[in-house]
Design a protein around this ligand. Sequence first.
Ligand code: SF4
Length: 362
Amino acid sequence: MRCCVPYPEPEPLRQKIIPVFLPFAGCPGRCIFCAQHAQTNTPPRPLAAILETMVRQLEHLDAENKRLELSRTFDLGLYGGTFTALDARWMDAFLYEAMRFTAKGLLRHIRCSTRPDCVSPALLKKLASAGLHMVELGVQSFDGLALAISGRGYSRKTALDACAMVRDAGLELGVQLMPGLPGADKETFQRDIETVCALPDLPQTLRLYPCLVLEGTALAQIWRKGGYTPWNMDDAVEALAKACLAVWKKHIRVIRLGVKEEETLARAVLAGPRHPAFGDKVRGTALKIWLLETVRQRKPDGARLAMVYAPKRLQGAFWGHCRIFRDEYAAYGIRPDNVRFHARPDFAIEYTGDSQRRSVNG
Ligand code: SF4
């Protein structure tokens, strides 16, 4: 018997995003866990200097396109601060320049990140008509208690309303969550994921940044006094893997797992689940959970697993980081000699002991 089963993770988008970091710009305060300069390897600079660098970078890419007769397009991400709380003149200036390069055909998509309590229907509509395509909301959690203990300064309702406002303005929505916030446990995170999956208008993307203790933050002081314990690596990887499987079923792309590795980040992390291959660990674990469950569910009585054909794009994650899953897979009859990688997007699983051949989708 042969089962063909689609893997739930949406195909990753290959479009390159040019990040423009505006560390802490527009932020109403400094959140207890946040150290933008360490996370982005970008020291705070005047907005005029950031804008000038952005324009120079886009001019360079545009000139390169022309010189080499390329037709590359890019997305632009205005990150690292609270874009929608900037002085209106700065929002206009960044979007004006971005639109100039959109008109030249260099930029395809413009997004910004902001906080749920710094958006309004009128502002979002204005930004949409000025050329913005997407807002990524740093929700961090939908849990009222975790938000209060973490001093985020807004409620679950504010976060939910902000998600709805973004979609109502005709913009794409990205949600950022921070599992392991002070006051949030694994159940809190699971409820947050259920909330995301139950939003009336689903987000297009999700970023998951497990809470880290970074030098120079208020959280570091709390941690030093014993008032905060971050998640350990195994718990974080497993919780995020299960979260990925849940949101993938809703066709939500998970575009970031863990803070991007920067030299400055490695130096600043005091505690918490950080690893250079954190995303691979989570993706590999999600794949393992899904595959073992699928193999178990589809196995006909008395049959034995014969072959697994997996999509080629999953080859790197398949056996886990440092091939950690080999023994666990072997217990289910999945071994290097009966796994092949093929160009198809779905899995094909073959069992022996049943001569019938059928195809199952779903
Ligand atoms: S978490 Fe967001 S709102 Fe808070 S300080 Fe950092 S960039 Fe600003």
